[in-house]
Design a protein around this ligand. Structure first.
Ligand SMILES: [Zn+2]
Length: 245
């Protein structure tokens, strides 16, 4: 697994950036490599750990899943000692995430999907952890953010002092913004002017087809496209529904 572990010129907090948990999500992988180049000279405070392709076997096979055991790495956080993908994720949590204040997990549309810039920052119940996630959400530049009750993964990482955010975009440039904004949130680089905060939703649903229409309180964040995209192809209209009280 490729690793860029960069110490800044001044002391400060640690940011973990991962991409390629889904092995076929290329814009986020590209952005992670670009950030490793940008910050290679240590022109920041703290420690920047970048794992640009977590699921190397999936990347090689062109699949979201890890073809070795058929599991999605994102669903195996915080990992365990049993099985290839759970062991991989356990190692990432123990060796990297538990030393980090923030884990920015970059995702983009897999093959046959389209996605709007959005992020998941679930509630851990630990005030300082959740405040950090909210601070990042406000400046992330996403259209929509989802904040649901935290899973085991969110709560386990919170115990280690790490805020977990999953950020989506089809666009490599937006992924670069996510990384910069995460570093600004932690005070690793100077802040720039704030961005309009996104709408926050508390419930989502995966949609299988373009005909699927969101119901009350649900948000459409991505959809399957009928034909696999070719370079320059128009993928369709962005659509989302606001949550209703
Ligand atoms: Zn993904």
């Amino acid at each position: 697994m490729p690793i860029a572990d960069i110490l800044g010129l001044k002391p400060g907090p640690t940011l973990l950036v991962t991409a390629g948990l889904d092995g076929d999500e290329y814009p986020s992988i590209e952005a992670a490599y670009a950030a490793a180049e940008t910050y290679n000279g240590g022109n920041f405070s703290g420690r920047l750990i970048i794992l640009p392709i977590v699921n190397v076997a999936g990347f090689d096979a062109g699949t979201s899943k890890n073809p070795i055991d058929g599991k999605y790495p994102k669903y195996c956080i915080p990992g365990s000692l049993f099985g290839t993908t759970p062991r991989l994720m356990r190692r990432i949590v123990q060796d990297y995430a538990r030393h980090a204040s923030l884990w920015l997990d970059l995702h983009s549309a897999a093959q046959g999907e389209t996605v709007i810039p959005c992020l998941w920052n679930n509630i851990s119940g630990v005030a300082a952890i959740d405040a950090r996630g909210e601070a990042f959400t406000r400046v992330s530049g996403v259209v929509a953010a989802v904040r649901e009750q935290g899973s085991t993964a969110t709560r386990t990482l919170a115990k280690y002092g790490c805020t977990y955010v999953l950020a989506e975009s089809e666009d490599e440039e937006q992924h670069g913004h996510y990384i910069d904004r995460a570093m600004q949130t932690l005070g690793m680089i100077p802040s720039v002017s704030s961005i309009r905060p996104p709408r926050v939703f508390t419930k989502t649903r995966d949609l299988e087809t373009l005909e699927d229409i969101p119901g009350e309180g649900e948000v459409l964040l991505w959809k399957k496209v009928a034909q696999p995209p070719h370079p320059g192809a128009r993928l369709g209209e962005i659509a989302y529904e606001e949550i209703t009280e």
